[in-house]
Write a protein that binds this ligand. Structure first.
Ligand code: CUA
Length: 336
């Protein structure tokens, strides 16, 4: 009996130590990325409960093993065989029923949390998301513009209708907790209610090619006034895009070109477009070519024919029409 009391106390002690140890590592109650969505609350809560049970089960296994090793070891001069014990119905019932109850309770909690996370707000705002190697674009169908940053108003549910142009990607904002695959040939939904203003990042969470690690886009959660101002600005930008240069910029955004080519000289996966038109470009084979219409057109349709020095030949070909290409070139010409 005294063994049971000691083991009981040690199990409780070990549970508490394990739990606070995990908490100190940021794995229990306090998760490292802040919770920035309404959906994060039930997910974090469920995780918290699970960590408590995990701490207890860990203690329940480790403590009796270590205690038995020490308390029931073969003592000096002890030469007899150990006690022969066969079966213990009560113990077997206990270790069947208790885990069963725990599993049933967690199945309920899991289903409940899933229901909370998927709760539909009929007034949710729709944004269309397109993932492609290696960029994200966001279309606001209510207003008819496309961006590369996802702006969201705080405390309003949005539903992202997501499509992939090529392979499987995965939409993941750690602060929102929810993650959803983006699958070619299918529209997947991602429902979120941002609850904390701030700047976050969507990261692709499915290995999708050489630049998978760079497939990120800013996610900005703002108050409704800032959001309205941003919408007005975007509408104005969309209006301005009716010229060839503007069309070109739109094509660059829509096709994800700007995920790899900067407009301001910033180093990215591909060569920058800043001061590109008319310049002399050094190629990987050592030759030099002038960045004129023909070179840019070829680089879009057959990107691996003339590879620019210092860049990996990872760009896929883009089947743009002649008109789209000439608009894109008109846009590139403006970047100086
Ligand atoms: Cu897209 Cu990884």
């Amino acid at each position: 009996m005294v063994h049971f009391v000691i083991v009981g106390i040690l199990v409780i002690l070990m549970t508490v130590l394990t739990y606070f140890g995990l908490d100190a590592l940021g794995l229990a109650q306090q998760m490292h990325p802040v919770a920035a969505s309404a959906q994060a609350v039930p997910i974090d809560q469920l995780w918290h409960w699970e960590v408590m049970v995990i701490s207890f089960l860990f203690a329940l296994i480790v403590v009796p093993i270590i205690y038995s090793l020490v308390a029931f070891r073969q003592k000096k001069g002890e030469l007899k065989d150990g006690l022969h014990i066969e079966g213990n119905t009560n113990l077997e019932i206990a270790w069947t029923v208790v885990p069963l109850l725990i599993v049933v309770v967690f199945a309920y909690l899991g289903a409940y949390s899933l229901g909370e996370v998927r709760r539909v707000d009929p007034n949710a705002m729709v944004i269309n998301v397109k993932g492609q190697q290696f960029s994200w674009t966001f279309e606001y169908p209510e207003y008819g513009f496309i961006t590369t940053e996802l702006y969201l108003p705080v405390d309003r549910q949005v539903v992202l209708k997501m499509e992939s142009a090529d392979v499987i990607h995965s939409f993941w904002v750690p602060e929102f907790r929810v993650k959803q695959d983006v699958v070619p040939g299918r529209v997947t939904e991602y429902r979120i209610t941002p609850s904390l203003e701030g700047s976050y990042k969507v990261r692709c969470a499915e290995l999708c090619g050489t630049s998978h690690a760079y497939m990120e886009a800013p996610v900005v959660v703002v108050n409704s006034d800032t959001y309205d101002t941003w919408i007005t600005d975007q509408i104005k930008i969309a209006e301005e895009s009716k010229t060839p240069e503007g069309q070109g910029k739109l094509i660059a955004t829509k096709n994800g070109c700007i995920g790899c080519h900067s407009a301001d000289g910033t180093a990215m996966t591909g060569p920058t477009w800043f001061n590109l038109y008319g310049s002399d470009v050094k190629l990987a084979d050592g030759s030099t070519v002038t960045a004129d219409d023909a070179f840019i057109k070829e680089s879009i349709l057959e990107p691996t024919v003339k590879v620019v020095e210092g860049f990996p030949p990872v760009m896929p070909p883009y089947a743009l029409t002649d008109e789209e290409i000439s608009n894109l070139i008109a846009y590139i010409k403006t970047l100086k």
